[in-house]
Write a protein that binds this ligand. Sequence first.
Ligand SMILES: Cc1cc2nc3c(=O)[nH]c(=O)nc-3n(C[C@H](O)[C@H](O)[C@H](O)COP(=O)(O)O)c2cc1C
Length: 201
Amino acid sequence: MEIDLTNLAPTERYRFLTSVVIPRPIAWVTSLSPDGTINAAPFSFFNVFGSKPPLVVLGIGNRPDTGKPKDTVLNIKSSGQFVINTVSEPQAELMAKTSASLPRDESEIDTFGLKTTPSSRISPPRIDGAPVSLECELHSIQEIGQNRLIIAKIVYASVADAFYDPASGTIDTAAMKIIGRMHGPDGYCTTTQIFDIERPD
Ligand SMILES: Cc1cc2nc3c(=O)[nH]c(=O)nc-3n(C[C@H](O)[C@H](O)[C@H](O)COP(=O)(O)O)c2cc1C
């Protein structure tokens, strides 16, 4: 099958792209509005894009109900800060609930009974129970069509003690039971079947 993406309707394009680039990691983002409302929302157009400096990129569209920027974008623009919390199997359903389009002054943290802990370097808090939280500061925003590419630097990280071995400085990746995003709006995967392939010299 040959597919010309320019001929697809936006929903078909979304379905195609989200079935092709799989699995995708999920950034469960906490951010703060100017009045102090804590916002939480998941984003799977997300990855790390370098380590010198440590960079993350998020791809955020407009709200489906109003066509206006999502709360996360507004908060990142106004404060320049956000936390990326990784998502484990026990928190999967709660994470999905926080993708609801709530009014700007309603916090997903309160509505869905999440708990948070203060961050170390920035104002938005971490989500309790997240295996890893990455504290990020905005570098720049690229607006391309209705996409906003948020480029940010990671300034601090916290890893749950259960998953970190201080002696070797390594993370027990399988034990974190991180989930990934698969096809369409509702598909997910687990990440516990892990294997190694040695690189050539
Ligand atoms: C697993 C998952 C991944 C998502 N990834 C994205 C994404 O990459 N970009 C996006 O714009 N919306 C994404 N969404 C939808 C947002 O989470 C949703 O629009 C949310 O209401 C945004 O919240 P906010 O307005 O509080 O920022 C995703 C939803 C789920 C459940």
